[in-house]
Design a binder for this molecule. Structure first.
Ligand SMILES: [Zn+2]
Length: 185
């Protein structure tokens, strides 16, 4: 092994064009981490000093398997299961009929099941502020939030699916079901 995970190199490029505001005020950075189970991963991030735009993504350095990962979360322990999600990954919670599409490119991150659920909660809380919601939609949101709380308390089980046809996402658990997909180039 020539690669040292103790001393990773960080590459930073300043004054790049921002994909949102177009000004040459963004900073790109890239570094590598060594995940004990998934292997070496490159982490990319961008931050614009002009408009505040921020994003991050990741990519396996050893080619991953394009797949749909499906897991049943049925205890508090399951909340600690590690999740690696790239910007091309679609997340679905069929139990609550929630789906986050990634066709526009979303954020890539490494977290655990609890972290994924917290992000969902944030997005749903944001939705809740929308004045245009009708009574039925408000009730639905309330039920989803209650359901997420119950899952986090270990009182309810739910299914979480991660679908990534670039092969850069994973749920790291023995109880995960993996369905291979055709690779997207
Ligand atoms: Zn910008």
């Amino acid at each position: 092994m020539s690669q040292s995970s103790d001393n990773p190199d960080i590459f930073i490029v300043e004054k790049q064009q921002c994909p949102v505001c177009g000004k040459h005020e963004s900073t790109f950075s890239e570094y590598e981490i060594e995940d004990p189970l998934a292997g070496p991963i490159a982490i990319f991030s961008i931050k614009c000093n002009a408009c505040g735009y921020k994003n991050s993504d990741l990519e396996f350095l050893e080619e991953g398997t394009p797949a749909e990962y499906s897991i049943e979360i049925s205890s508090k322990e399951d909340l600690n299961i590690r999740v690696i999600k790239s910007g091309s990954c679609e997340i679905k919670i069929p139990t609550f009929r929630i789906s986050v599409d990634s066709s526009m490119g979303s954020e890539g991150f490494i977290t655990n099941i609890e972290g994924v659920l917290n992000r969902f909660r944030q997005q749903i809380l944001f939705l809740k502020e929308d004045d245009d919601l009708d009574k039925t939609q408000r009730k639905k949101i309330k039920n989803i939030l209650k359901g997420l709380d119950e899952v986090c308390a270990g009182e309810k089980s739910m299914v979480l699916k991660l679908k990534d046809d670039t092969g850069n996402s994973m749920i790291l658990s023995d109880k995960v079901e993996v369905k291979p997909l055709k690779k997207r180039k």
